[in-house]
Design a protein around this ligand. Structure first.
Ligand code: WT7
Length: 654
């Protein structure tokens, strides 16, 4: 294991001495979707029957022939089955008499609001689906979605699934270059964007960014532009290129609100979502239809214990997998009432999220540890100003949660009444994999506890032997597993299936305790987790080296109180360039421009040399030691040990 996880292990020992236990209350258990621990044994006894049971709760145009075909590393779930995701999220509920039930409570950052019932959402999705068809979008075509958190982002995703187009949602904070890279990799035909969105009182100029990307996106034939509305649309002038660009409102104005849902094969691709890996280029993680919907449906219902009267809010942006699975597909397939908020959590003040909880009567709240640490720092006075008494269940995702934040969440937000579900999963797993079941599991702060029923997890060493501390592995195929990397089968095999035979390598270190609970130690590869978002160090290094002054760079993680991890970049400059504060600023901006603001390094250290082995490999382990300000490990394999000494003195001076 890398030194990262060795360090994580140090703090884990402290975690493991955590003695506090939190059992579900009798009242919670009495009403819970799942309250009988027998569900674990039931699922283990016949995994395929267990998952088929969940799949049967969805609507199928025709039933599958076989639950699972497994030719490692390729799985097919519910082969031969036909279904449609938007049908399962909308039509089914409307037909069952729920046309007037609220699907979305939306709130914009400036305070504007919109509510969509299931009936209204279905009509809007049909109109936009017809609009897309009118632009020539066909089954299997790729559509890039680059939108803020407004209802149209949900409409656009569902409209794609309705006609069998494959969506690729690109987070609105990504740069034009990231957007064009993704357009090109997927060979997308249509781009859906907006004039802009609000973030902390300022406008994110999405169409302007998109225009920059479009200059380098030759496969895009049409662009649909949503007018965000209100003062934003008055402020932001956008130019539409005739023939290519269309206003969303014009497109749907004449479109019919009837659009039959395409019958999709269970294994047809539903979406692509790009995520960072260990190379400079993000990979397009592919998910398919039947298995994905089954697992996100099942986990949303049982992990978030959804009941008819719940108001559910997952704060993630739909640009990430959490937004796909637990803002859109999981909740809507469960007929949930979903809250969506456009803007920043501290805008106009630090009580915004709690005001929203009170306004809509939120009962289930799902967020990230990094957000919880910010709330903690802002102080209890903010949540105390709002009535949070409707909350009954809390969730976290994205990174290990430190017990201090867990306890604060439990006491200050949950008033000691709400169970907390700490859910471990990944873009690649599609749905939740390790999690408490809130009516069953006794939780301990800091652990995601046990695999969801029907999920097989193990901790293995390098040789693939079971151990209690090592690499996290998934030992059987699961319904919402990724089916590949778009256009790169070799990368799929190599990244996930080459470590051991027929076992999935998650890229995380983990430890199991005496209760069999899993404690996640963090990534073991060159991927960092900054504020719950995955950033590949190679990607940031390529962005830095792209700057004309930079000769070479190495990026490592550095502990951060709020973000969990922050980026530290060690940079060597080309001749005739000298390090300065101005250049530091310029480099940060450059990374922001190449990738997006989330990838800007917190710290840049200029150095004459980087520590390398005799074969020329940069020793990141030593850079991590330097960035953390701790004793530098073994330097005997260095080509020139003096480099590290110099860096250390310099770093201390900085
Ligand atoms: C990586 C996946 C899944 C949605 C958000 C992130 C880390 C995720 C937990 C958790 C400890 C966690 C892992 C994982 N992670 N959830 N509950 N406890 N670590 O998705 O960007 O694909 O990142 O996030 O390191 O591998 P992602």
């Amino acid at each position: 294991m890398s030194s990262d996880s060795a360090n994580a292990e140090g703090s884990l020992d402290a975690l493991l001495s955590e003695e506090r236990r939190f059992a579900p209350s009798a009242a919670f258990r009495a009403r819970a979707v799942l309250s009988d621990a027998g569900v674990y044994a039931l699922a283990t006894a016949d995994r395929e029957a267990y998952w088929a049971g969940w799949a049967s709760e969805l609507h199928w145009f025709s039933r599958w022939r076989e639950v699972l075909k497994w030719k490692p590393p390729f799985a097919q779930w519910f082969a031969g089955g036909k279904l449609n995701v938007s049908y399962n999220c909308l039509d089914r509920h409307v037909q069952e008499g729920h046309a007037n039930r609220v699907a979305l409570f939306w709130e914009g950052e400036p305070g504007d609001t919109r509510t969509y019932t299931y009936g209204e959402l279905l009509a809007e999705v049909c109109r936009f689906a017809n609009g897309l068809k009118g632009l020539g979008v066909k089954k299997g075509d790729r559509v890039t979605i680059y939108l803020p958190m407004i209802p149209e982002v949900v409409v656009a995703m569902l409209a794609c699934t309705r006609i069998g187009a494959i969506h690729s949602v690109v987070f609105g904070g990504f740069s034009p270059e990231s957007l064009s890279d993704r357009n090109n990799d997927a060979a997308a035909k249509v781009l859906v964007t907006a004039d802009g969105g609000w973030r902390r009182g300022t406008v994110v100029p999405l169409k302007a960014n998109a225009d920059e990307a479009l200059a380098k996106s030759p496969t895009i034939e049409h662009v649909v532009v949503v007018s965000r509305g209100g003062s934003l649309s008055e402020q932001v002038g956008v130019s539409l290129r005739p023939g290519r660009d269309h206003w969303y409102h014009d497109l749907i104005a004449t479109a019919s609100d009837v659009c039959p849902a395409e019958s999709m094969d269970a294994e047809d691709t539903l979406f692509i979502l790009y995520t960072s890996g260990t190379t400079g280029k993000p990979k397009g993680v592919m998910h398919t239809t039947g298995g994905y919907l089954t697992q996100v449906y099942a986990t949303t219902k049982s992990v978030f214990d959804l009941h008819d009267d719940d108001v559910y809010w997952c704060t993630a942006d739909v640009g990430w997998i959490t937004g796909h699975s637990y803002v859109v597909y999981g909740p809507l397939s469960n007929r949930a009432q979903v809250v969506i908020y456009e803007g920043g959590p501290d805008w106009p003040d630090r009580g915004r999220l709690w005001q929203i909880c009170e306004r809509y009567g939120v009962t289930v709240f799902y967020t990230a540890p990094t957000a919880i640490r910010s709330f903690m720092r802002w102080g209890e006075e903010w949540p105390e100003k709002s009535d949070l008494s409707k909350l009954r269940l809390l969730g976290t995702v994205g990174e290990p949660i430190n017990p201090e934040a867990w306890i604060w969440y439990h006491e200050t937000i949950g008033a000691r009444r709400c169970p907390i579900v700490d859910t471990w999963w990944q873009t690649e797993t599609g749905g939740i994999m390790i999690t408490p079941l809130p009516g069953i599991t006794e939780t301990k702060p800091g652990t995601a506890t046990l695999p969801f029923p029907g999920i097989d997890i193990a901790i293995l060493n390098e040789k693939g032997e079971p151990t209690s501390a090592g690499y996290l592995a998934i030992t059987s195929p699961w319904p919402s597993m990724l089916r590949g990397v778009w256009g790169d089968e070799e990368r799929y095999r190599k990244t996930y299936w080459s470590q051991w035979k027929d076992v999935y390598f998650a890229g995380d270190g983990a430890k199991r305790d005496e209760d069999g609970y899993y404690w996640i130690l963090g990534r073991v590869d060159d991927v960092l987790n900054v504020a719950g978002h995955r950033i590949g160090t190679m990607e940031v290094e390529s962005a830095l080296v792209d700057h004309p002054a930079v000769a070479e760079s190495a990026v490592v993680g550095k502990k951060h109180d709020i973000k969990g991890e922050a980026l530290a970049a060690f940079v060597t400059l080309k001749e005739k360039h000298a390090g300065s504060d101005a250049l530091m600023k310029e480099l940060r901006e450059h990374v922001g421009k190449k990738i997006g603001a989330i990838a800007k390094p917190d710290l840049i250290v200029f150095t004459a040399d980087l520590p390398k082995t005799r074969s020329g490999k940069i020793m990141r382990r030593l850079l991590r030691d330097i960035a953390e300000g701790r004793a530098v490990g073994d330097t005997t394999t260095l080509a020139d040990p003096a480099v590290v000494r110099k860096l250390q003195t310099q770093y201390q001076e900085d």
